[in-house]
Ligand binder design. Sequence first.
Ligand code: HEC
Length: 283
Amino acid sequence: MTDADRQDRWRGLLPAIPAGARVMLTAFLLIIGTGYIVAVANIFHEHQQADGKPGLSIDDVRAVYGRLTVARDEVIPSRMLTMVRGAMREYIDDEEDFEILETWLKNGGSEAGLNEGPRRKTPRRALMRNCMRCHAQSSGTDISKEAPFGPDEFEVDYQLISPFVASTSESSGGFVEVPPQYTIPRLVLVSHIHMLSIPMFTLVVAMLFTMTRWPPSLRGLLTPIPMLALVFDFSGWWLARFADPFVYILAGAGGLFGMVFGLQIVAVLIDMWRPAPVSRPTG
Ligand code: HEC
């Protein structure tokens, strides 16, 4: 036995854990694994339209976190249009209200347009009827702090909604640069939620992986990767607004995380239930 082997006291600990605890850990890994797949599906659903085209691509990542440059005649849907067509669609019961909002947003969501249309059929009215119960500051919901549309349910404040309806910023030549769809407050919220939760189960899975009987070199190589990938991923969310290469870094880190994390889960599950645990060296 080499020195390295002797120091590798964690090796084989996992299969030596009592069966009851291994059953618990198996359930944990299945929940975490499934949760991760659902989270990826959610990313796809949420962001695939970000660049105005169906399907998830690097431009979607760029549109959300970085600065997307598009030919001037290409229209990028605003954050509100994306949400109205996506996650917020379910809150609009009235088909006509949906069309009023969609048309107004597609046409740039101007302040004047907010009041256009027959009485009771204006975008302002549609916002009041469908959105303000959650997005009015007086509603006290979490989302109303992050994305407020007005002081109370009867007043839409254009100043407040303008970041969500804006779709283009300054132009350069024949191209337009679109600012990140994630505003700073939104990024703060998304960051702290993710940074306090994802590393926790990443840590648990990596520790379990270290306790398997897979070759030391493989464990040594794969154990730190997901956590390191998170460092690059989380930093990328912030840095992509300033420098475009971080768009690739964050997308690459996210992909790498998923692959190695998935591999670790499978490797742990196999090792945990593989027969003949090694006899652990004593002392
Ligand atoms: C039942 C409560 C509720 C209603 C009604 C509702 N929303 Fe939301 N909205 C939320 C929540 C919660 C989020 C954040 C979750 C998410 O991003 O999916 C959100 C997020 C958003 C965002 C993204 C904010 C950001 O920071 O990027 C926009 C834009 C938005 N909603 C627009 C609308 C519009 C327009 C309507 C009306 C058609 C509407 N919402 C109705 C709860 C609501």
